[in-house]
Design a protein around this ligand. Structure first.
Ligand SMILES: [Zn+2]
Length: 144
């Protein structure tokens, strides 16, 4: 269990059934803010908000995102998704990335999706050589 993000993500639901997300330092903090009516639905502004039953992430649509906390949550979620997709569909080559990318670009080995580490200097050199590289905004997975 990582302790780098001292917040808890709750799925919240207002009385009209709008589901959105909130970040709180703790469950107690949520209860406190909810009791004071400080948590407002971003769609209809009601303070009548409760924790929603946890739904599978993929089954939900995009909630209305108007405040920075929601945007941050959405961004983290997107980055996590990106990471999962890359890890699932690509081969990890670690610091051999620049060499592997060059070999593929030169047609010396079969093209495949790879990811790994390169310094910004190496990435710049690769791009200058016409190798397509894309820096990934990596974040820690939720599970560590
Ligand atoms: Zn609402």
């Amino acid at each position: 269990m990582g302790r780098t993000l001292p917040v808890i993500l709750f799925d919240l639901e207002c009385e009209s059934g709008h589901v959105f997300e909130g970040w709180f330092p703790s469950g107690a903090e949520f209860d406190q803010q909810a009791n004071k009516g400080q948590i407002l639905c971003p769609v209809c502004d009601t303070a009548n908000v409760k924790k929603a039953p946890m739904a599978p992430r993929s089954a939900r649509g995009q909630p209305a995102e108007r405040n920075p906390k929601h945007e941050q949550a959405a961004m983290l979620r997107a980055l996590r998704k990106l990471r999962q997709a890359v890890e699932k569909n690509s081969t990890y080559v670690g610091d051999r990335f620049p060499a592997e990318a060059r070999a593929m670009h030169a047609g010396e080995c079969e093209e495949k999706s790879i990811y790994g580490e390169a310094t910004s200097e190496e990435a710049r050199e690769l791009r200058e050589e016409g190798v397509q590289v894309c820096p990934l905004p990596w974040i820690d997975r939720a599970d560590h």
